[in-house]
Design a protein around this ligand. Sequence first.
Ligand SMILES: [Zn+2]
Ligand SMILES: [Zn+2]
Length: 343
Amino acid sequence: MGYKCKLCPSKAVIYMRQHRLALCSGCYVQWFAKQTQRSISEMRMLRRDERVLVAVSGGKDSLSLWYVLSELGYDAEGLYIDLGISDLGYSERSKTYAMHLADKLMRPLHIVSVSKSVGKAIPELVRRSDRSPCSLCGLIKRYIMNRFAIEGGFDVLATGHNLDDEAATLLSNVLHWQVGYLARQSPILMERDGFVRRIKPFYRFTEKETALYALLNGIAYIEDECPYSVDATTIFLKGILNQLEERMPGTKLQFYNNFLAHARELFEREQAPKVQLRQCSICSMPTAECVCAFCRAIERVGGTFVGLNVVRYEPKQCGASSQSTKAAMTAEGDDNGEQCRLA
Ligand SMILES: [Zn+2]
Ligand SMILES: [Zn+2]
């Protein structure tokens, strides 16, 4: 690469054009943690005395997030949602990566099985549904994340959405002028009745940056995309943004940051609480309708929600034990048109 670290005499491993910053491996890892803390502090995402649940998918972003939050001293536990996708052992392999990190961090990992919670795994639910796989799966995951966070007494739910995800979502929302989504697209969504606070501490990092952080910390992760996420549009939009970035470094970060600084509030004001929430008549989670979107979707595809099926995985070094608990929780997640990303 030829660059020298800006902070010490070592050879740089990354040059970030948007920050005009070259760093060696040691300085990069420290910079990354500091930037994460900066995002958390500036947006007031999380306090030291709060319990945070990190939704981990087994991918680089969510695992890096769990790792860095632990490094920063936060009380962070993992949630892995087992979608039951057997193509190429996708779900099993993803789960193994999440368990490895639980062992490494010595923190518990909560595993929720979709098929044991609603009677059918994602592939069958998708086959029976007329929605796109990502939209159905996203709805189910958001419900489970929120419901588990609330039942488990967590203050905050953290996901690993990065700058590439957020900028592509923003571009898509702008192209279609999804004003409702634009009003709610934010790295922090405050808690309200029945909904836990949701944060995205990695919203300033690109995909490459989170991948490098995982690599330098020896975090093994699943590299495959979900076999169902053949969402050509998202990949196309990310490609367009990368082309813009190539020509005009810093565009991606400015596009998203300036939206947050100058535009989001206008949409939010415009969209001010028009809906009154009440309890879903089936699962009692908050909804604008009689029956929540999750219960409607599950009913339509012939599933039955019997409460969250949760297994608590204790890290190996602490003496292996896993206990099965059953919970009955939810979340009519608000779809911000956001990327499929558990974390
Ligand atoms: Zn250095
Ligand atoms: Zn419901």
